[in-house]
Design a protein around this ligand. Sequence first.
Ligand code: DGY
Length: 428
Amino acid sequence: MTLFKQCCQVLDDNWLGTFSVPSRGLYPFLWNWDSGFHALGWLHHRPERALIEMETLFSAQWKNGMLPHILFFDYEKYDTYFPSADYWQSSVSSQANQTVPSSGITQPPIHGIVLEKMYQSGLDRSRIKTLTKKAIGYHEYLQAERSHAESGLLFVVHNWESGLDNSVIWDETFARISPTEYSNITFQRKDVHQVQNSTETRPTDQDYKRYLYLLKLLQQNQFGRPKTGYPFLILEPVFNSIYLISGRSLIRLGTALGIETDSIKAQVSKIESSFDQWLWDDNAQFYYPYDLHASRQIRKAYFGNIFPIAAQLPDKELVGKMIERYSGPDLTPIPSVLPSEKGFEEKKYWRGPVWININWMMIQGFLDYDMPDKASWLKEESINLVKKMGLYEYFTPYRSISSGGGYGGKDFSWTSALIMDLIKDNRI
Ligand code: DGY
């Protein structure tokens, strides 16, 4: 079977009728940014499902525009994921969607990017117009509830919100929270029973305690804008870059479909103009997250150092050098953390492994810069990786490994969907 056909098979197998799960067992519900990536795969296989998947996601939008990171459809039927709908209790928020139980935080806002691709592929204009209006409402929610007054940049209030769950960039912030604060948090994890070698590949129990501690604080605040003293407020370059790319897509869609996007234009230009002041280090020639509590940048060697390339933020002349410096002998691009960084772990989720969604977004950025050679290089690296290791959730960054190397969920939907898009992309 061709690689493209194998990818179609994964999406078909993970389809539940109105959306696809990221991976059966490990993630049995709808995940926000995953579904956006799935839609990009469906465009090349069963395009109607791209619309259905996005409509399902937006059907659960909150009154204030929030788009939760997990939607627990039919949660009584699936018992393999923790924290469950009952643990989140999103209904403590008066803004929550009454019909779909969900988490109370969001995930990187990739929807504008996805909707623009759907529009370009010629899908039903009026359905895309309805979705675009909802995506604009979601960006307005982020402006209202997640934007830092001084810079306009967006902060994340939970590591799960960033999508980069256990990255080394959160270590210092978490280390400032005293363990006594979360010593009475008890829980029964389920993820560790769903994958092989979970101690090597999934976050630790100590990590989970901290994640659940933040969850509880947010829940006590009815998942509203955090109050003074909330310990986790971080301006993160990847999240902000994705917001910009998506916002620009929404502006173009607005023009094409006759929708007013003034609020998005204002926020996009505010973020563009303050991005470097807060997140760029001119000495290092890299980007870093900014911790609003500690009032300083978090100097870690993770892929966010270069990810703003995807949003065309650095000058084009810097791009080649930045890519070269964020690399190493024997490394497949693009590791989530460099081995030189304290806290790097080859197999552990966002602490080292390569992720296909990151590579995919970087490839779009290279194309936007008109750097087709770089785009083709990363496309080839990504396709070779899955050919060698399988359609896993994430991969060892080490090239020299002779077998294995794929970790987390097997037959992972976004890996498959984005590889389909890369195979079909005739620009590269
Ligand atoms: C998980 O449970 O690991 C998810 O990534 C959270 O969104």
